[in-house]
Write a new protein. Sequence first.
Length: 146
Amino acid sequence: MPVAPPPGWAPGDPAYRRITVALFLAGLATFALVYCTQPLLPLLADAFDITPAAATLSVSITTLSMGVALLVFGPLSDSVGRLGLMRITLLVAALIAVASAFSPSWWILLALRGALGFAVAGLPAVATAYLREEIDPAWATPVTGL
């Protein structure tokens, strides 16, 4: 007779705390990376000599590419592994964010912001499935909400 797998982590387990804190911080980083140019829109318009409306593309292109990537990373995580995919995509997103700070032109900045949106989608696309696999089913919904 097959042995049932043990239930996932629950409150009180050190692993439960680690996973919830780590994914909360990763979600915060994702949000910050996507929207970090929003308060800078007037500065971007001045620095690149573009209209304020054109400056909003730095946020729009990021969210658009993130939406496309969500469709890619969910199924991809089934074959390459969820935790590794989340780690790699967040690392790549951080490197792209640093590179975009040194962008010499508006078009390069937009290309980098599009790549950033694609990379950062690895976390939200995979995190819920990862939590459902690792957390006790009774606690998976509150942790996902967090």
